[in-house]
Design a protein around this ligand. Sequence first.
Ligand code: CA
Length: 220
Amino acid sequence: MNRILIVEDEERIATFVQKGLNSKGFVTKVVGDGQSAYHEASSRLHDLLILDIGLPDMDGLTVLHRLREERVSIPVIILSARSSVSDKVAGLVGGADDYLPKPFAFEELLARVRLRLRGHVLEDQSGLKAGGLILDLRTRRALVDGVAKDLSAREFALAETLCRHRDQVLSREQLLSQVWGFDFDPGSNVVDVYIRYLRKKLGAERIETVRGMGYRMRTD
Ligand code: CA
C-alpha cells in the first residue's frame, strides 16, 4: 500500500486530490502549511509527496530544499498555479521529480503519481534492482550480475538515486542536490567524475549520457 502526503492549503484542492487518491486505493494524509509538511515528510512514513508551492508559512520550494539537504529522498510532485518556465526550472533544480501546473485533471496527477511510485514498488527486501544490478540497501553493497562490487558512500548514494529513478533522465543539478545536498556549486563537475567511477565499477553501458540533459540508469 502506498502512502501519499498531500501538502495543500486550499481546502477545495486538497479534498479533490485526497478523495481521488483514496478512491484509487492510496492512503493519504493532508497538511496545509510548510512546517507540518517538512515534519511529516522527514518522518519517512510516506512514499510520495505532492507539494503545493504557495503555502501560508514556509513555501513549498523551501520545504523541498530542506528535505533534500536532510537527504530525504522521497519522490516529490510539485503542484503550483505558477506555471512559468522559471518556476518549473526552480522546482526541478530544487530536487522535485515532477511538476504539475494548476489547474490539472485528476487523471493526469494519477498518471504521474503512479509513474513516480513505480520505482518504490520494485524495491523489496533484497534491494533496488536495475537490469543486472542490485543495490543492497542494508549492507550498502552493489551486486553486478551476482558479483559484489565495493562502492564508497558517495558512489552508493549516486547509484541509489539513479536506481530509484531508473529509466528517467536526471540532470546534474538534480543529482547534485539529491546526492551532495547543495554542498557544491552548480558549476561543479563532481557528478561527471563520480559517474565515471560508477561506470568503471558497474559497467559503462549501464549509465547512459543523455546529451544536454543528464544521466539515466538503464534497465535493459
Ligand atoms: Ca497554495
